[in-house]
Ligand binder design. Structure first.
Ligand code: VAH
Length: 320
């Protein structure tokens, strides 16, 4: 039977691309996109769209009832940098939205849930290289705390109520379709825009800050692969480590400079440096590769060509 899918937070960075991928896969009328506002016209005009406040139980349930939804992708969240400026707002959005969806699944209103976690669940005491699936987790950001607690609740609802909730600890995600949205890893998006429009970039992290990263196409592939995996193959119900590559701002600058030779960069670390320093440098995602056959496709070179080509078209700039 075809799933009836609701994406909450469908106008955001991952949500907007998930909407397109799921509509291509399941048919546009089987994928309802929703957000707190209708700012992404491509999402709004490419299939059913509703204004849904993820913090409001009735707003979520009314949309689920209206379209007879059976699967929810809860992509609404306040990210790390923004969350540090609005701690209680971040807790409210990130946690209450999750409880609404988990309780709707527990009550049998929906059958399946995807909820994104993040490498932000790890902290300064976590082993930084090849961070294991199971290890010390002492997040120092509000965002990371919400993701760590959210993982505990996901596993609790699976174990105690049989809720089929699945989750991925996303690394920094790089994409070209939406502008950066308050993440610490978003320098890796902004740098491409500035390379094409200004040929120079002032980076808010230091040159040697290595972070786990992933191109959006790989993140969307992993999300759909996990949600389509047989239930018995999903052995981790907190959240799966997921990785593709790790790089520093210097690495990314050099990858871009191969295509834009006169591109220059300066480094002026701000409050986000402390956030980045608390996160791993690389991730061990063996469990995802073993349990549901995860394989990434994009490395820094392949991602850079895709980003510069797509953004080059947007800005009318041809790259070598
Ligand atoms: C952020 N892009 O920077 C998000 C992500 C691992 C980082 O969760 O907050």
């Amino acid at each position: 039977m075809t799933s009836k899918i609701l994406i909450i937070g469908a106008c955001g960075q991952i949500g907007s691309e998930l909407a397109q991928a799921l509509r291509n896969k399941h048919g546009k009328d089987n994928v309802v996109a929703s957000d707190i506002d209708s700012r992404n016209m491509e999402v709004v005009q490419s299939g059913p769209f509703e204004i849904v406040d993820a913090k409001d139980y009735n707003s979520v349930k009314n949309c689920i009832d209206k379209y007879d939804i059976d699967t929810v992708y809860l992509m609404a969240a306040m990210l790390s940098a923004t969350g540090e400026k609005n701690p209680m707002a971040a807790w409210d959005l990130n946690m209450n939205s999750l409880f609404h969806v988990l309780n709707l699944a527990k009550d049998g209103v929906i059958k399946k849930v995807f909820w994104p976690s993040s490498i932000a669940v790890f902290g300064s005491n976590t082993p930084k290289e090849n961070t294991p699936q199971h290890t010390i987790m002492e997040p120092s950001t509000v965002y990371g705390i919400t993701k760590q607690v959210g993982e505990r609740w996901c596993e609790y609802y699976f174990k105690n109520y049989g809720v089929d909730v699945r989750s991925i600890r996303y690394p920094g995600i790089i994409s070209w379709k939406t502008l950066p949205g308050g993440g610490t890893t978003d320098y890796a998006i902004d740098i491409y825009h500035k390379a094409l429009t200004e040929k120079s970039y002032e980076c808010f992290l230091s040159a040697d800050t290595s972070l786990p990263m992933m191109f959006m196409d790989d993140a969307i592939k992993a999300t759909i692969n996990l949600m389509e995996a047989p239930e018995e193959d999903v052995k981790i119900r907190s959240s799966y480590n997921l990785a593709a590559m790790s790089f520093t701002p210097q690495d990314l600058f050099e990858a871009i400079k191969k295509h834009i030779p006169d591109f220059t960069i300066t480094f002026n670390p701000d409050f986000r440096q402390k956030i980045a320093d608390s996160w791993p440098k690389s991730i061990d995602d063996t469990s995802a590769r073993n349990d549901w056959h995860w394989q990434h496709a994009f490395d820094i070179e392949k991602m850079t060509v895709e980003m510069l080509e797509k953004l080059g078209e947007k800005y009318g700039v041809r790259i070598s």
